[in-house]
Design a protein around this ligand. Structure first.
Ligand code: RIB
Ligand code: CA
Length: 288
């Protein structure tokens, strides 16, 4: 990990948990970029800013990619994490003004827990991105947005393909890994008991859990992969993201033929689940 860290989020409660993990680990974050996800960019940006202020962390929250990444998306929109990007409880967070400034530069390390649009734009502008940790894609598990595509890949397949084939080192934390972390009442309660900000997040996560019967902390797992990659095993793989096919758009194609092949993409293929869960909880315990 280089000295500069940018985090790209898309308004999920697991994005909020990922930020909590980084803040609880005292990792300096240079900027947080809010992008289109299951809610639009402005909703992501405001909820993210309020969450960071609630955590007592002063970090610029900037506007990233807007709707139009997916031209047909508004009709299909399912605000999985709540229409306010905080499980319907964003009013419980410390108030903040709407972020208005747009992102300009990416450099150093990027943790991307949403679509890779901004990263692709930065690479096109030859900005000095050293390495990327991305929660996204799937190897063999199939998708969660469509039968073929994981949500963050599906949001902008050409950008995903551009980044994954750019030669810039990427650590990809796919759905196959994050889906091993299906949280129930006990894990959510532990987050709630860990800190007063943890209680606010646990209440929001609880609304998803009550509706769905489960909650997966995808992006928090990726945050731990950034901080402690030794808790995962990694294989070097050539990875593409399908853009053209209608039923397959957003599918990530991971070449698993034989031994590692020359590629800049390391794909997580195993993980120490109890240790990663413990790291998430320990980071939240260090918050106020
Ligand atoms: O597929 C899971 C990913 O989609 C997570 O990053 C979640 O927050 C959503 O962006
Ligand atoms: Ca996300």
């Amino acid at each position: 990990m280089s000295d500069a860290l940018s985090v790209i989020v898309d308004g999920g409660l697991d994005d909020a948990l990922a930020l909590a993990v980084l803040c609880g680990s005292s990792i300096p974050i240079d900027q947080v970029i809010a992008t289109e996800g299951s809610v639009c960019r402005s909703v992501t940006a405001l909820a993210t800013k309020r969450w960071l202020v609630t955590l007592g962390v002063s970090v610029p929250v900037l506007l990233g990619a807007d709707r139009g990444i997916r031209s047909n998306y508004p009709e299909e929109r399912d605000p999985f994490h709540g229409v306010d990007a905080f499980g319907g409880t964003v009013s419980a967070l410390v108030d903040a003004s709407d972020p208005e400034d747009h992102w300009q530069d990416l450099k150093g390390t990027v943790l991307c827990t949403g679509a890779l649009t901004v990263v692709a734009q930065a690479l096109r502008r030859h900005q000095p991105v050293d390495d990327i940790v991305w929660m996204g894609g799937a190897v063999a598990s199939g998708g969660n947005m469509t039968a073929a595509a994981e949500f963050n890949a599906w949001m902008d397949p050409p950008a995903a393909d551009e980044v994954l084939t750019s030669g810039v080192p990427v650590r990809m934390v796919p759905l196959d890994i994050t889906n091993r972390f299906v949280w129930g009442d006990s894990q959510i309660a532990a987050i709630g008991d860990a800190a007063s900000s943890g209680r606010l997040l646990a209440e929001a996560i609880g609304s998803v859990h009550r509706r769905e019967g489960w909650f997966v902390p995808h992006d928090a797992v990726a945050a731990v992969a950034l901080l402690e990659p030794q808790l995962f095993s990694w294989s070097t793989r050539s990875v593409r993201c399908e853009s053209a096919g209608e039923p397959t758009a957003g599918a990530t194609i991971v070449d698993r033929r034989g031994p590692d092949r020359p590629s800049a993409v390391s794909v997580a293929d195993d993980v120490d689940v109890p240790q990663v869960n413990e790291r998430i909880l320990a980071a939240v315990r260090r918050l106020s």
